[in-house]
Design a protein around this ligand. Sequence first.
Ligand SMILES: [Fe+2]
Ligand SMILES: [Fe+2]
Length: 131
Amino acid sequence: MSSPRWTSDLATGNAAIDREHQELVEIIDQLKAAASGGDQKAQLSNALDRFRAHVLDHFPNEEREMEAKGYAGLAQHRLAHAALTESVCDLVAKDNDGQTVLYSEVDRLGQALYRHILLDDKPFATFLTKG
Ligand SMILES: [Fe+2]
Ligand SMILES: [Fe+2]
């Protein structure tokens, strides 16, 4: 049961984005802990709500920053955010529906978020530093 933590690999060099990513990693860790427990439905629901609230806040923040800086990858980045948001909302809906959200589903989504930071967010940070 691997649980990736915040590491320097994830740092983009943009302080505001990095702060939000650290919070995201923390939320994913809480979510995974709740999903791996037996009878912790309330904790899992709370963590899922926090997860959704965070991405609904973080993704538009990033997109606004990209728009302001004229980032050419914005349209593609928006699509990636939309797909991730849909996956997060699907898990919340499943939980609200009374269905069991599995650890493997939470883990898969967590991994997708880490990949997004590494492969999609970091290039934007590189673009910013090269200004
Ligand atoms: Fe991000
Ligand atoms: Fe992003």
